[in-house]
Ligand binder design. Structure first.
Ligand SMILES: [Zn+2]
Length: 270
């Protein structure tokens, strides 16, 4: 599932590759992924609009069009975009295809059909997108200062890993990057937020910014113009079951927590 760094890099790729292109044809193959509006309106409304900008908020990627409309994509588990030649075969997992001026396609794929896509026209509000307005500040928003982070986190009392994944706290972090941030901050994922010292809260803030920024740099360097969200092997603990801790060499611990796996070092995350 893509998280903030994956989507930030995808946003940059889209800004390089598709800005200024006009949608010449729209084909919706899988209406299940489209939450708003209905299929006919989606195809009719997107036709002939020009892609003006790509943005991101939390785990949503947003395409802005002229005349005004916005497409919000929440990729969920396996959804992703691809830029490719129009002659490429249409795969079973293709959700929709935008044929763009300059003879390229922007396609959405979702083999699990769990992604959620919303098209808002003109000034239709984001309150039409469930949970969107309940998101906290984006994790990379420069306005999210240390002081604001300290004050805001006091409203959340769950286990700290769950707080980090809660989009109502800050937006953009999921299972993989919450594992990484807690490792960087030397904090045990199962601690309750209320047990964290002010020094640990400050370390968590620094780790959040550092881990996300470093991941964006790494993924940008390695992904080129790809939009596939697959680069995770550089992470320190996430997905590293049974491997030694990069810091202290203790074997990493894996714990299943609901649908997620928590990866951490029981020796240097206290
Ligand atoms: Zn360790």
């Amino acid at each position: 599932m893509p998280e903030l760094p994956d989507l930030e890099v995808a946003k940059d790729v889209l800004n390089r590759r598709v800005i200024g292109r006009t949608i010449e044809a729209v084909e919706l193959f899988d209406p299940i992924v489209l939450r708003r509006p209905v299929a006919e309106a989606f195809q009719h409304e997107l036709q002939s609009r020009t892609i003006q900008d790509a943005q991101r908020y939390g785990k949503f990627l947003i395409l802005l069009f002229t005349p005004p409309a916005r497409l919000y994509i929440n990729f969920m588990l396996v959804g992703h975009l691809a830029i490719q030649p129009p002659s490429d075969r249409i795969m079973k997992s293709t959700g929709f295809r935008l044929h763009l001026s300059g003879n390229i396609d922007l396609r959405y794929y979702d083999g699990r059909r769990m992604g959620k896509i919303y098209l808002l026209l003109k000034d239709e509000p984001t309150s039409l997108i469930p949970t969107f307005d309940e998101q906290g500040p984006d994790a990379l928003d420069p306005a999210l200062t240390l002081d604001m982070f300290r004050a805001h986190i006091r409203k959340f009392n769950a286990q700290i890993k769950r707080v980090l994944k809660n989009q109502g706290f800050i937006a953009g972090i999921g299972n993989a990057y919450s594992n990484e941030i807690l490792y960087e901050a030397h904090i045990n994922p199962f601690r309750k937020r209320s047990t964290l010292t002010p020094t640990e809260i400050d370390a968590l803030y620094s780790a959040t910014k550092a881990v996300l920024h470093n991941a964006i740099t790494t993924i940008t360097t390695r992904s080129g113009d790809n939009l596939h969200f697959k680069i995770r092997d550089f992470l320190q603990v996430h997905g590293k079951s049974g491997q030694p801790c990069p810091r202290c060499k203790t074997q990493l611990t894996t714990v299943k927590d609901g649908l997620d796996f928590v990866y951490y070092c029981r020796k240097c995350q206290v």
